[in-house]
Design a protein around this ligand. Sequence first.
Ligand code: ADP
Length: 468
Amino acid sequence: MKKKYSLRLQLILYMVLFIVAVLGVIYLFQTNFLDTFYKKNKISTLMNVGRNVASYVGQDDIDDILDQVGMSNEVCVRVVSNNDSLSYTGACTLRNLDNYTINMIAAETIENGDEKMFDDFHYQRPFDSRPEDIYIFAKMLKYADQDVMVMVSSAITPLNVTISTLKSQYFIIALIVIIMSVILALLLSRFLLKPIFQINTESQNLSKGRYDGGRIRTGSKEYDELNHTLIQANEDILKADKARKELLGNVSHDLRTPLTMIVGYGEMMKDIPEEKNDANIDIIIAEAKRLSALVDDLIDISKIEDDNVELNKQEISLNDLLTSVYHQYQKYCETQGISFELQLSDDIRVELDEKRIRQVLYNFINNALNYNDKDDQKMILGTEKLEDAYRVYVYDNGCGIAEEDLENIWDRYYKVDKEHKRHLIGSGIGLSLSRELLEAHGLNYGVESQENEYSRFYFDVKAAEADI
Ligand code: ADP
């Protein structure tokens, strides 16, 4: 596996790399290109000043202008013409040029198209043995029938000394900047990465449901979101854990009761010969069935948790299916004095996994029976035509569901009635199983309810292609 480095180390490394790159570029420019830039800059200043001065030729205050321009740009300006009235020389190098040199410069400038840059001019200063290298920009123009030449010059300062000074300074600067960048990276990591280190440490407790994000000072939007997500995940883990424990309690309770009944009735029949009758055997069978249904539910839910629901869809008549389900409960309801009606709309052919949809309907009907202790207990199994589908519903006038519970009842292990009543058999997984099965079919489903008034659980089916 590739070696992973800590965020802090990475931050320092990237920072140093960045600084080294920046320093490298600066070094290159300061040493190798400094001379070139300096000369380019000088040349462009000279040309700009020369052209500028050319536009002032003939003005009365040209002397002042030339002085100003010369001083502010650190250049020497000279204007010469056939007629001396137009000539002017500032107090600088160009003043000492003799006529011969001026004529030569003029001739070469005219030859070059009225503008020329002399960048290797050796100027011999009087009383000095070494010639000085200077740049001269010359521009020819005509003014009042006279030939006028504007010259602008500047000395070329050798940069070797400057560059070697810069070089020696450069290494000290580089060292200081790198040290500063490491300190900056450490500070940044302290302030920016601190929350992530804390979140990281805390999240190790997440699996135990002990993530304490409340005391982490996140300081930024992204960390806040991450922390919030983990707090939420922690709550979900706690909720699931609690529900799982509750389920285990409920399931063991629900398993134990029929088992006690079966053992009790069995022993009674063994000990007392008169008790060996059909009624008692029926009780044993009913309790065994109850056990088996509970075990089925548990197996189903574990299959769904493993994503193993395979649908075996077939085209069937909706009304046939509902009628058959209805008949299974009708007898029982009659004996219990419960009013159970079947209210069907048009018959359509639907493509469903009959066994799975029956499971959903049984769950809805069992709940309708269980969560109703009114004297005039009513239930309806029916269909209703919607715009482009048929709604299959199970109605009951039972205890209804409080608004705050409506969202949760489809969650696994959720039971509104935390008091475990024997006649309310339920593991809290029926509706979550129904939800998974309906979603596997891609059907719209839901519940309408008013507390103490009614509940109406439904799902919507569409006619199979061939039927339309
Ligand atoms: P259970 O096995 O507990 O019935 P379900 O998943 O089937 O589990 O239902 C979840 C919860 O929804 C029930 O515990 C009950 O509180 C509520 N519930 C379901 N159906 C009805 C209904 N018809 N009337 C009132 N409450 C209902």
